[in-house]
Design a binder for this molecule. Structure first.
Ligand code: ADP
Length: 549
């Protein structure tokens, strides 16, 4: 107001000077002539004007700075603003509003139509209705909506607006702000999604403070432990511990908070609200702030009571089975051992009978005696094979075995069989392994004897023995060019008493491969066969280098 007055005074002085009559010579006063006083007046006026201009400039500078600050503040807070002057129907946008809308200030006209064009098609109607009602009712307004930027991306805006009226209640102008809350909205959506995952999870999901007070509890936690969320929030986690297990929490905290590491598949027992115990498997993890500091703990747990019971049952069953196996092997050992004695007596007496009464009885009696002799011999072999099988367990010390020397020794033992069958055994340097000598010898011998025995008629057996280093194991192969085995029997032949041929064709008891399997498995390895009928078979077995005898 004061400035206006001063401006008025200066203007009046200018007009007066402008209207002054400088043509007609006047009377000169004692102090000087009129021209002098005009010059003095003009000088004064000039000074006044200069001061006023400086003041205006300072104010303009201040306004400019304020505007820059406002712009920066809007940019930082991602809030843009607009103003609509009703009388001139002009809309102005701040720089930040242009930025939020992704529009260029120079080319985009901030009219209502253009603004309307930016709104997401699904929300145009809603936004228009909010603005219309604010205009008609002359009331402040607030709404959220989406816009589409020129690059096609969506942005979420939170908007607020105000109306300004004159004394008569006529609308003068409307102003508003729009804040870009896209990131916030996305974060919110993520939180909602995560929360619904937590709620619908089949696992109990719990969070607690670093000193073990429960801060969240999902539906499944309620189902598992019986407590409602209200009952446990703020309570110490030890509420769920059986009394004798409370100290466990210190170990958990030491690992998860102290070391900042998760505990994965941690199995333990917890107590439900009704006092019953439940076996759980849990993953307990630290929740860290951006600096890496542990600020809370999360726990995902599930009920493994049934699994534990099944494991327990299986364990008992396995122990019982092992016991039974031992008993039956013991039984087989005792019976075969005890059977040997009477059988030896029978064989001896049949021999005596045959020698003493040969030719004194008729021909049929001689044939019967022959049958009895053969049968008792077979029975002797069967019993000695059985004894051999059951005796595996009762071996002595494990030693270093040079397999090359071992095969040489077996070849000497089998010299007669090898020669009779015209067999060739090919092998290079075989490894030195650790094992029980008699078992390993029996394993090689059984496989070599079979490779000779199951030869093709008219084809001299060629047996190749090799060993491969597979880093963890020795992989042996005993390959022959014999009759081969149908695929259907590749597993069956390793079972006790399983034979594929009549005794008249190939003699045997069907114990040899079962014996080999037992030796290899006790040594921690595997045995299998690959074969093509009419071409030959390869028996493979592995012996782990690192053994647990
Ligand atoms: P046995 O030799 O006393 O019959 P095994 O347990 O050693 O008993 O072998 C079981 C069966 O597997 C044999 O009867 C035979 O049919 C088959 N078999 C074993 N080794 C070979 C082989 N090298 N070639 C062909 N068949 C074989």
């Amino acid at each position: 107001m004061e400035e206006d007055k001063r401006l008025k005074l200066i203007t009046e002085q200018i007009i007066r000077l402008a209207n002054a009559d400088f043509e007609t010579p006047g009377e000169l006063s004692e102090e000087g002539d009129d021209l002098d006083s005009i010059v003095v007046g003009l000088n004064l006026l000039g000074e006044e004007l200069e001061a006023y201009t400086q003041e205006l400039k300072a104010k303009e500078e201040k306004i400019k700075n304020t505007l820059i600050q406002l712009n920066e503040a809007q940019h930082l807070s991602q809030i843009g603003s607009w103003e609509w002057i009703v009388s001139t129907n002009t809309v102005t946008w701040t720089d930040e509003l242009y930025r939020i809308y992704g529009r260029d200030k120079e080319t985009f006209q901030s009219t209502f139509e253009n603004f309307n064009h930016c709104i997401h098609p699904d929300e145009k109607e809603y936004v228009n209705s909010v603005i219309q009602s604010a205009y008609q009712n002359k009331t402040a307004f607030k709404f959220s909506h989406r816009i589409i930027r020129p690059d096609g991306k969506e942005a979420f805006l939170d908007c607020k607006g105000n109306v300004y009226l004159d004394e008569d209640g006529t609308l003068l102008r409307m102003t508003g702000t729009a804040q870009d809350v896209t990131e916030l909205k996305k974060a919110e959506e993520k939180i909602v999604k995560l929360a619904s995952i937590v709620e619908s999870s089949n696992d109990a999901i719990i969070s607690k403070t670093i000193d073990s007070y429960i801060t969240s509890w999902n539906k499944q936690a309620q189902a598992l432990f019986g407590y409602t969320e209200q009952e446990v929030l703020g309570k110490h986690i030890s509420l769920l511990f059986p009394p004798d297990q409370v100290s466990e929490e210190n170990e958990i905290i030491a690992k998860v908070v102290g070391e900042g590491k998760p505990l994965i598949n941690y199995e333990s027992i917890r107590r439900k609200k009704d006092g019953t115990l439940v076996n759980i498997a849990a993953t307990i993890s630290p929740i860290k702030d951006p600096s890496g500091k542990v600020i809370a703990i999360s726990k995902i747990a599930r009920d493994i009571t049934e699994k534990k019971q099944a494991e327990e049952k299986l364990k008992k069953y396995t122990i019982a089975l092992e016991q039974k196996n031992k008993e039956s092997e013991q039984f087989a050992y005792i019976t075969s051992h005890d059977l040997q004695e009477p059988l030896r007596t029978i064989t001896n007496y049949i021999g005596l009978f045959h020698d003493d009464y040969k030719g004194q009885l008729d021909e049929r009696a001689d044939i019967y005696i022959k049958f009895i002799t053969n049968a008792s011999r077979r029975m002797q072999t069967l019993i000695s094979d059985l004894l051999e099988y059951t005796r595996i367990e009762n071996d002595k010390e494990a030693t270093q075995i040079d397999c090359t020397a071992l095969v040489n020794e077996i070849m000497m033992d089998l010299e007669r069989t090898i020669n009779e069958n015209n067999a060739t055994i090919v092998f290079g340097t075989l490894p030195v392994i650790t094992g029980y000598f008699s078992r390993i010898k029996s394993l090689f011998q059984n496989l070599i004897v079979n490779a000779i025995k199951f030869k093709r008629s008219g084809v001299a057996p060629i047996i190749t023995i090799t060993a491969k280093d597979t880093e963890t194991d020795w992989l042996f192969e005993i390959k022959d060019n014999g009759i081969g085995i149908e695929k259907a029997y590749h597993e069956k032949i390793f079972m006790m008493f399983q034979r594929l041929h009549a005794r008249e064709e190939y003699n045997g008891t069907g114990i040899g491969l079962a014996h080999c399997k037992k030796i290899v498995e006790l040594r921690g390895g595997n045995i299998w066969v690959e074969s093509q009928p009419g071409i030959g078979s390869s028996f493979f077995f592995t012996l782990p280098k690192n053994l647990n005898l």
